[in-house]
Design a protein around this ligand. Structure first.
Ligand SMILES: NC(=O)c1ccc[n+]([C@@H]2O[C@H](COP(=O)([O-])OP(=O)(O)OC[C@H]3O[C@@H](n4cnc5c(N)ncnc54)[C@H](OP(=O)(O)O)[C@@H]3O)[C@@H](O)[C@H]2O)c1
Length: 336
């Protein structure tokens, strides 16, 4: 059995991660950490997990934690994450990081968008980006994987193969995304208080969202050129799910049917990406590790619709795919 610890285990992504790992045939969860000095019981924080796992929360003590795990999933906010991860890696522990700390290629871009000094700048640019369908080979040999952002996953899974095959123009690419409220995490925030957000849809961070450079950076790896996508997120009064409506211009002579066909070919052997005739909905993929994608014509442009569960394919499910690859396990273990 592979011994696993979860750092920041009181949050939403950690809850989904625990549920997945409890079904995993090769995993034993040995450590759950929180900053709460009272070290609460698992049941008091995540009541749905009662009688499922006999591990309570503890404060993170690097030496003790490292002696009890082979792999850490770090479910912390950015900056807090890298400060801890560098110490875990020094102890020989493999790590999957949920935060944005190692996703961007250079320290300057990270510090510009996140407005914080990077705690582990030497590793920036060396960590594989954790979309397994795109970067599987690098992930397999990694000690640390940067799990992708939830919006970028929903945009890059459809866009990367089309850009790579040079069948859509690199500009304009317009990504219009809707997310459920759990995307903001468990920490209370007035904006996400029920009467504030219920019965409402709101655009936010227009032109300033931190997932924009992440999307651009990965697309640029396939074009070889710097590109700038337009990305606008919206928060919708639902618990979970991301729906991205993506507008692209096909290359001369390429139709929506061709794009759909090429995506179907690219993902034919992938268990977690489904190309659908009808535009998918967040309900189709809720509580699963699937990303569903459909391509439809719309005058001179083509509209791609992709749907995934932000907490699973957008976070914990992808993290377990990455973990499985890092430990040479079946990639879908725990996930189907
Ligand atoms: N929510 C999503 O849909 C989603 C999707 C993809 C990626 N992510 C990323 O995944 C990470 C976790 O997200 P989440 O939604 O699970 O967040 P969350 O529900 O707010 O949980 C974060 C956890 O981190 C701990 N924590 C908070 N601030 C900390 C600090 N300064 N130092 C150490 N521990 C701290 C908290 O535990 P204690 O207070 O008990 O210590 C909390 O349980 C974030 O980096 C997020 O950006 C989230």
């Amino acid at each position: 059995m592979i011994r696993v610890g979860i750092v920041g285990a009181t949050g939403y992504t950690a809850l989904e991660l625990i549920k997945i790992l409890l079904r995993h045939p090769d995993v034993e969860i040995t450590q759950l950490t929180s900053r709460d000095p009272d070290c609460p019981s698992l049941e008091s924080v995540h009541p749905g997990l009662r009688q499922q796992l006999d591990v309570n929360f503890s404060l993170l003590d690097i030496a003790s934690f490292a002696s009890q795990v082979d792999c850490a999933f770090c479910c912390l906010p950015h900056a807090a994450s890298a400060a801890i991860i560098s110490k875990l890696l020094d102890k020989g522990i493999k790590v999957v990081d949920f935060s944005a700390d190692y996703r961007l290629n250079d320290v300057g871009t990270f510090e510009q968008w996140y407005q914080v000094e990077h705690p582990d700048p030497e590793r920036i640019g060396q960590v594989p980006y954790g979309i397994p369908e795109l970067f599987r080979d690098r992930i397999k040999s990694a000690e640390l994987v940067a799990n992708p952002g939830c919006f970028p996953s929903s945009a890059l899974l459809p866009l990367a193969p089309l850009i790579q095959q040079n069948i859509i123009e690199p500009s304009p690419i317009i990504v219009d995304s809707k997310t459920g409220v759990s995307g903001a995490g468990r920490k209370p925030n007035l904006k996400f208080h029920f009467p504030e957000c219920n019965e409402s849809v709101a655009a936010y961070a227009i032109g300033t969202h931190r997932h924009m450079p992440e999307i651009d950076q990965i697309i640029a790896r396939f074009t070889g050129n710097k590109i700038t996508t337009i990305f606008t997120p919206h928060v919708v009064a639902m618990n979970r799910g991301i729906l991205s409506t993506i507008y692209v211009k096909p290359k001369e002579g390429i139709t929506a049917e061709v794009l759909q066909h090429e995506l179907a070919k690219f993902y034919a052997t992938e268990p977690f990406v489904r190309i659908t005739q009808q535009p998918p909905t967040t309900k189709d993929v809720a509580n699963t590790n699937f990303c569903d994608i459909s391509v439809l014509p719309n005058r001179d442009l083509v509209v791609i619709v992709s749907a995934l569960d932000n907490l699973i394919k957008g976070a914990s499910g992808a993290a377990v795919q990455n973990f499985n690859l890092m430990f040479g396990l079946t990639e879908s273990a725990g996930l189907l």
